[in-house]
Design a protein around this ligand. Structure first.
Ligand SMILES: Nc1ncnc2c1ncn2[C@@H]1O[C@H](COP(=O)(O)OP(=O)(O)OP(=O)(O)O)[C@@H](O)[C@H]1O
Length: 310
């Protein structure tokens, strides 16, 4: 079943095109990620899905409902954690959860959520006295308090320390295991790679690619490299003759083989046939950072940098 369907979304602010042409299909039960450079149109896209912005053209369906025309139906089924949620400074954790749950006909048990998000000890703490991580966890709890079928989380772990980020990831996986479809906007490639079933790369208001994390990495990095040392004599042609190999370089006893396809198994097979043992064998592992650069021409941001800036 499709949870979210976006067709040819277009949104401009004055002369500035924020979202040019975005189409996405997100299946029920998926953790679907959106990544892309600053200003790519990610927030405009997810806020349009949440019914918080009005697209100029295109169509959006959330569980079969239009976020603008069927506001009540979408509100009952969709939870949103926005980029910079702000709450009254004086409101206490338990009060905020109870208040938000009263907005829904069939809310989740807010006490259970408070426990799940490790906020029970902070139930009587005022919002302004919470740490960054606690504020973040509260905003996730508030996104889930309506017992939504779909949750939109924008910059889930920005500003959190590494341990809090990992805890939040486990939490999101637990939420998904309860059957909630999750749409996640993130700047962090480790987060996207770890959590998402599929990812859309958005650049300049358009979808540059949609695939699984492994699929995006494979699409972006057809070229691979295998490096090793050998003690026995080895004829270069043993490797240059292989179909998957495009280049072989030998520097001070270190071999570097460049190619594509099943490069590692081709090289390993050829070495075995030549009865040569490879030592210190390394395969250059490409990751989602490389895919991000390949699709957008820019480097992704690092969590450490954002934390310092924040
Ligand atoms: N309310 C607004 N009025 C005018 N311009 C806007 C508005 N909201 C967004 N924009 C512009 O539209 C473009 C897309 O913004 P959007 O926030 O959707 O991008 P983003 O990919 O979420 O960026 P970031 O990663 O920095 O949050 C940006 O150039 C932004 O400056």
């Amino acid at each position: 079943m499709t949870a979210i369907e976006v067709r040819n979304l277009h949104k401009r602010y004055g002369q500035h095109i924020a979202v040019d042409d975005v189409s996405l299909t997100i299946e029920e039960g998926e953790i679907f990620g959106i990544i892309g450079p600053n200003g790519a149109g990610k927030t405009t896209t997810v806020e349009s899905i949440a019914g918080l912005r009005t697209p100029d053209s295109g169509s959006i369906s959330v569980l079969g409902f239009d976020p603008k025309k069927n506001r009540a139906e979408v509100r009952e089924r969709l939870g949103v954690q926005l980029q910079e949620s702000s709450f009254p400074d004086a409101i206490k954790v338990a009060e905020a959860l109870e208040l938000y749950s009263s907005f829904y006909r069939e809310p989740a048990d807010w006490r259970e959520l408070m426990e799940l998000l490790d906020l029970t000890k902070k139930r009587n703490t005022r919002y302004k006295a919470l740490s960054g991580g606690q504020k973040q966890r509260l905003s996730i709890a508030l996104a889930l308090v309506g017992d939504p079928k779909v949750a939109i989380l924008d910059e889930l772990t920005t500003g959190l320390d590494p341990q809090a980020r990992r805890d939040t990831w486990s939490l999101i996986e637990r939420v998904r295991d309860t059957g909630v479809t999750i749409l996640l906007v993130t700047h962090f490639m480790d987060e996207a790679e770890r959590l998402c079933d599929r990812i859309a790369v958005i650049d300049g208001g358009r979808v540059a690619a949609v695939d699984t994390p492994a699929g995006l990495i494979a699409q972006a990095s057809a070229v691979q490299q295998v490096r090793f040392r050998v003690r026995q004599p080895l004829d270069r042609s043993v490797l240059t003759e292989l179909r998957d190999v495009t280049d072989v370089e030998i520097t001070e006893g270190r071999w570097r083989v460049t190619g594509s396809g099943q490069l590692l198994s081709s090289v390993a097979g050829a070495l075995a046939r030549a009865q040569v043992v490879a030592e210190d064998l390394r395969v250059d592992q490409r990751n989602l950072d490389d895919a991000f650069v390949a699709f957008t021409g820019r480097a992704p941001q690092s969590p450490e940098l954002l934390q310092k800036e924040g």
